[in-house]
Design a protein around this ligand. Structure first.
Ligand code: ATP
Length: 237
């Protein structure tokens, strides 16, 4: 709140097939912050991330990056400005080795050595796995690889969609500790989750999206957690 927002969504309205699914979403993320966007299935969380990455069109409102209006900007311009989306399902290439998944990120201009150094420093297990096909890694390791590929782009804004999908709670908790570290080193992180528990432990701010509207946002304190449980999340929140 006292920090300048790096990524800012102001009154975002967006549709799928002419049906409005976001009805004026306001959300901002500052450098060093983890913001959690939570909500039930179909609330519009993924659409919000896609808007932030410039891959989904906006019907009204503004997308701002470091104070600049980027509404309608080409996704390439947003990527060049440091916006990195890690989609649900992680987007790693299962038939390529870990090393080759990382090697592909040399399109960023970084050398293989630099990329491996970044990846293995943050996720040492990837070094042990480097010659294995990515598809043979555990779900948590695949998510680490996806994050490592994202880090290779030197992101200013990291957009994470359902990082916890299909992973055991302990694995998710460890991944979120790494995400918090990544944020602290100077990245604005926006995380989408349907089930909230682990991300609320590290989030600086949380917003609850219901049917395309931010129903509540604030510090992920007891009040917000209680409201989430009451809303839809059951005991896991
Ligand atoms: P999920 O957890 O299922 O990903 P979400 O909160 O991320 O849910 P979105 O995927 O953003 O929600 O979807 C928001 C709304 O838009 C939903 O009602 C969904 O049915 C609709 N929708 C999403 N993708 C499409 C599409 N390609 N075509 C038509 N409608 C879509």
């Amino acid at each position: 709140p006292l920090l300048d927002p790096l990524l800012e969504l102001r009154g975002i309205r967006a549709a799928h097939e002419r049906i409005t699914v976001l009805h004026g979403v306001d959300l901002s993320v500052a450098t060093g912050q983890v913001v959690a966007l939570l909500g039930p299935n179909g609330a519009g969380k993924t659409t919000t991330l896609r808007v932030a990455a410039g891959v989904h069109p906006v019907d009204a409102g503004q997308l701002r990056l470091a104070g600049r209006d980027m509404t309608g900007a080409d996704p390439r311009d947003l990527a060049r400005a440091g916006v990195c989306l890690i989609p649900e399902g992680r987007g790693v290439f299962p038939n390529l080795s870990v090393r080759d998944n990382l090697l592909m990120m040399t399109f960023t201009g970084r050398s293989r050595e630099e990329i491996e150094e970044i990846a293995f420093a943050r996720f040492p297990v990837l070094k042990q796995r480097s010659s294995q096909p990515a598809g043979t890694l555990s779900g948590g390791e695949q998510q680490m690889l996806a994050l490592a590929r994202g880090l290779a782009t030197d992101p200013a804004v990291l957009l994470l969609d359902e990082l916890s999908m299909g992973l055991a709670p302990l694995v998710v908790a460890r991944l979120y500790e790494q995400v918090a570290e990544i944020a602290r080193q100077g990245v604005a992180v926006l995380v989408v989750e349907q089930f909230a528990a682990a991300v609320l432990d590290i989030a600086d701010h949380a917003a609850v999206l219901v049917r395309g509207r931010v129903q509540r946002q604030g510090h992920p304190d007891g009040g917000l957690r209680a409201e989430l449980s009451a809303l839809y999340l059951g005991s896991s929140a």
